[in-house]
Design a protein around this ligand. Structure first.
Ligand SMILES: Cc1cc2nc3c(=O)[nH]c(=O)nc-3n(C[C@H](O)[C@H](O)[C@H](O)COP(=O)(O)OP(=O)(O)OC[C@H]3O[C@@H](n4cnc5c(N)ncnc54)[C@H](O)[C@@H]3O)c2cc1C
Length: 389
């Protein structure tokens, strides 16, 4: 299965690593992939993924990671998502969405206490940005944190938080200085979810990603010690923007996974299914769909690896990450939808997981920056390149 995934862009070590992750997924996840869709995923599974080293490929050795970089994280994301997308959404929310802000802006003590157990898979993290009245316009955030002695008191609501009801720790964003623009008045905090005042309003009932839990949370006078501020006061928006670049690249990796399995199923089905005395792949209406799927997967993988390589070299990837995420997530919706069409009526049954991948893929032009917002970002970066200053 691995052969057609290898090309000139990947190193030998990355190819070997992909094979290793595939073997893990085949043994530990594939046998329960459909069962997982009844959700939520068992905690021990995340722990197993952590013990196998797949929570920390892009984290430092000092916190138990392997320091291999984002190019390896997109391999893990693709491989796990190719088996069960919701499980990877939960894994990634913990290790990348929560993990990267802690890794890049946390103190050595914060990383030891709040990141190391997450990389090991023993604790679960989540990120709290979105609120009932604040989605794409993150700068309009209303959750407030007020200083009281050395502590901060947080009040507000966070909606659509992946892992929200399962997490041990949250990286939460809140306004600390309402007197200035939120780009300078927002801060990031680490919260222990067992703290008084932290509560789950409800888990959302979702169309897909059923193996994950996505929650609406309330923060009522949650007292956060001063040493759980992440970065400096007022640095929250910068931390948020930094996080989104790695998140979008990793989501692009996932999106290739959502598309890949339905594509593989469609290729086999088109060969085995006969109508009008021949395999349905003999009809261009079917085989050209397969061609489009293959093209989109290859192009998406190249775009995603480009963004990951740039990130690993320390380059700014706002545009590259937005392009990779936008392209792969729109492609994943088209591929899963076309694959379902190739399977005809069988595609609409739960005998095949194609419908599950279609439901899962549908999320990703929404979460982590909608397609509209990404187009806005890409054009903004393009015009900046042409007309700097
Ligand atoms: C399953 C799931 C998991 C999630 N996980 C997390 C998580 O872990 N942590 C977290 O903080 N958030 C999470 N989110 C929230 C997600 O990031 C937001 O849903 C997303 O950013 C969009 O916000 P919104 O849903 O409020 O839509 P809105 O911002 O209200 O947008 C509604 C529509 O208006 C469009 N629109 C808005 N502004 C513009 C504009 N300027 N130009 C053009 N069109 C525009 C949007 O593109 C969209 O089509 C999750 C969401 C879901 C559904």
């Amino acid at each position: 299965m691995v052969d057609y995934l290898t090309n000139a862009l990947w190193t030998d070590d990355e190819i070997a690593f992909r094979k290793e992750v595939q073997e893990f997924c085949a043994k530990e996840i594939a046998p329960i992939a459909d069962e997982l869709d009844k959700g939520p995923y068992p905690r021990e599974l995340l722990s197993k993924i952590g013990k196998a080293g797949y929570m920390g490929v892009h984290h430092d050795k000092s916190v138990g990671g392997t320091e291999r970089g984002l190019s390896y994280e997109i391999i893990v994301a693709e491989e796990i998502s190719a088996v069960n997308a919701g499980l990877d959404m939960a894994r990634m929310a913990s290790t990348t969405l929560y993990g990267m802000p802690v890794a890049r802006f946390g103190t050595a003590e914060q990383r030891k206490k709040y990141l190391e157990p997450v990389v090991a898979g023993d604790k679960i993290g989540c990120i709290g940005i979105t609120e009932p009245d604040v989605g794409s316009d993150t700068a309009g955030m209303t959750t407030q944190a007020v200083k009281e002695g050395d502590d901060w008191i947080l009040n507000g609501e966070k909606r659509f938080i992946t892992n929200g009801s399962q997490a041990d720790y949250m990286c939460a964003f809140a306004i600390t200085d309402p007197g200035v623009k939120s780009k300078n008045g927002m801060s990031a905090f680490l919260i222990d979810t067992k703290t008084d005042g932290f509560s789950v309003v409800q888990d959302h009932d979702l169309l897909g990603m059923k193996s994950a839990r996505v929650s609406w949370l309330k923060l009522e006078d949650v007292r956060v010690p001063g040493d759980m501020l992440l970065g400096k006061p007022g640095e929250g928006f910068r931390i948020l923007m930094d996080e989104l670049d790695s998140e979008r690249t990793a989501i692009a990796g996932e999106a290739i996974g959502y598309g890949r399995t339905p594509y593989e199923i469609a290729v086999k089905y088109a060969t085995e299914r006969h109508q009008f005395g021949r395999p349905i792949r003999a009809f261009e209406g079917v085989s050209f769909k397969i061609a489009d799927m293959a093209m989109k997967l290859e192009a998406g993988r190249a775009l995603t690896l480009t963004a990951a390589r740039m990130y690993d070299r320390g380059e700014k990837i706002t545009k590259a990450a937005a392009i990779a995420k936008l392209y792969t997530t729109e492609a994943a919706i088209q591929i899963t939808n076309d694959a379902l069409q190739v399977l005809g009526g069988m595609g609409y049954t739960t005998d095949y997981p194609v419908q599950r991948f279609l439901r899962d893929a549908r999320l990703m032009t929404i979460g982590g920056g909608t397609a509209e917002i990404l187009r806005f970002l890409i054009q903004r970066e393009v015009f900046k390149e042409f007309f700097p200053g």
